[in-house]
Design a protein around this ligand. Structure first.
Ligand SMILES: Cc1cc2nc3c(=O)[nH]c(=O)nc-3n(C[C@H](O)[C@H](O)[C@H](O)COP(=O)(O)OP(=O)(O)OC[C@H]3O[C@@H](n4cnc5c(N)ncnc54)[C@H](O)[C@@H]3O)c2cc1C
Length: 409
């Protein structure tokens, strides 16, 4: 458990990379750079690492990257290995079952890992705190950045007042409401869904009631679609609000129990462990680079959680950006290589992640019985054809997106 904050006690030099935000993307960026000898300062607005329950699915290529970083083993030990996931219909049961084992020659981790995102940030911050070239600060809220030919100034609000820190580059990993992105005037076009999404969890074991239920299952229904995801000790449920519901009304006992009874009426009230209402968006920043400042993760793109691509895509941004930063730092490339970060990663968010997550939602909520039937028949046929199933899994596990990005010059 990570508590309190620590301050790097070495000489304050400017030649370092500044990182705003200690979510999964900021943490992966910090560890990748620091492990490769680049001094980093990471500034987190909160006074402890947020116990964030949003992401729980790690896709195979992300696990490969985390293994290269030396943290996959600890994470896997705290999660559930899920080679199989399902697409189901509330009335008709399993429509398609996918086995990631068929990707054993494409990845070292042919499965999804179910582990809450805070487990990753805790593992990484535990390593960072012992590294001499890392400065980690809690209660340091980025308010904006300015830059010149030689460096970038990050403006911070801290309990001791305002502060400005200078570095060679700045990575804005400060989430969807990024103060840095807004301060730079970078637009974040897209949409916000009218409905809120309820995420709740219980120790109740739904596999008693849903035959052959896999630990990740998307349940289509024209009136009431939802998602089951298992994390150690808990089943999590994700479902949309009804018209007129608010963030407050969605998490009352009455609403939560009523929704969970709709999933499965067990005759008594559920004991819930968490309940949170989320506003969900589909947005991509108009550019990922502004001189010495780079957007990564939710500050650059955000999408609905169906398919588990937000954090995974953000970690892929971090790894891509760090490769370029290392090359520049070592004198093997010039600053121009950073434009390639934008060229490679932005189209993935626009053409791939947005498209995939919007289509996942459309499949689950389709009301027209004919269209629903056609889509489900397609999915069933795809899952039963080995070549098509493999292709589908390469796409849904984000391997194809990474291949597409790598091919962009
Ligand atoms: C219900 C739900 C389920 C999801 N499930 C999945 C999933 O299974 N798989 C998946 O890939 N994605 C999932 N996502 C998306 C995922 O949670 C995000 O994409 C991911 O958290 C983005 O990571 P990040 O580090 O970019 O931003 P964040 O996780 O938002 O982290 C940003 C960090 O910056 C800090 N911060 C904010 N402002 C400032 C500031 N001004 N200065 C300094 N620090 C600041 C915050 O406190 C935070 O620690 C889900 C989202 C939701 C809502």
């Amino acid at each position: 458990m990570v508590v309190g904050s620590w301050i790097w006690s070495g000489k304050m030099v400017e030649d370092r990379v500044l990182i705003a935000g200690a979510g999964p993307v900021g943490c992966v960026t910090a560890l990748t750079l620091a492990r490769n000898g680049i001094p980093v300062s990471i500034f987190e607005a909160e006074d402890v690492l947020p116990l964030d329950l949003r992401a729980s699915t790690f896709h195979p290529p992300t696990l490969d990257m985390l293994e290269d970083l030396g943290v996959a083993g600890d994470l896997i030990a705290q999660g559930i290995i899920c080679p199989i996931w399902q697409y189901r219909d509330m009335e008709h049961g399993v429509i398609a079952e996918w086995n990631l084992g068929v990707l054993k020659d494409d990845t070292r981790h042919p499965y999804r890992l179910q582990a809450e995102q805070y487990k990753l940030t805790n593992i990484i911050v535990d390593i960072l705190k012992d590294m001499p070239n890392v400065e980690f600060r809690y209660q340091a809220r980025a308010t904006g950045a300015t830059q010149d030919a030689d460096g970038v100034d990050l403006h911070l609000e801290t309990p001791d007042g305002r502060e400005t820190r200078r570095g060679r580059y700045l990575v804005a990993a400060d989430g969807a409401s990024s103060a840095i992105r807004m301060g730079l005037g970078i637009d974040y076009p897209g949409l916000t869904f009218p409905e809120m999404w309820l995420c709740t969890s219980t120790e109740y074991d739904f596999s008693q009631n849903f035959e052959n239920l896999s630990p990740i299952a998307y349940i289509a229904d024209p009136e009431f679609w939802f998602v089951f995801v298992k994390v150690p000790g808990l089943w999590r449920l994700l479902m949309p609000s009804l018209p007129g519901e608010t963030a407050e009304s969605l998490v009352t006992d009455e609403t939560v129990q009523q929704r969970m009874r709709q999933v499965c009426d067990i005759g008594v009230d559920y004991e819930t462990r968490h309940r949170t209402a989320y506003q969900v968006h589909q947005r991509v920043a108009e550019r990922y680079r502004e001189g010495r400042v780079f957007l990564a993760g939710d500050s650059a793109h955000i999408n609905n959680p169906l398919g588990g691509m937000g954090m995974n895509g953000g970690i892929h941004d971090a790894v891509n950006l760090c490769e370029k930063m290392l090359a520049v730092w070592r004198g093997e490339a010039t600053d121009e290589v950073f434009d390639r970060y934008d060229r490679q990663r932005r189209p993935i968010a626009v053409e791939y992640v947005q498209k995939e997550t919007i289509s996942n939602k459309a499949n689950l909520e389709e009301k027209d019985p004919l269209i629903r039937r056609q889509r489900q028949d397609d999915l069933r046929r795809t899952s039963q054809d080995p070549a098509k199933a493999r292709d589908f899994l390469l796409q849904s596990s984000m391997i194809k997106a990474l291949e597409r990005a790598a091919a962009i010059e």
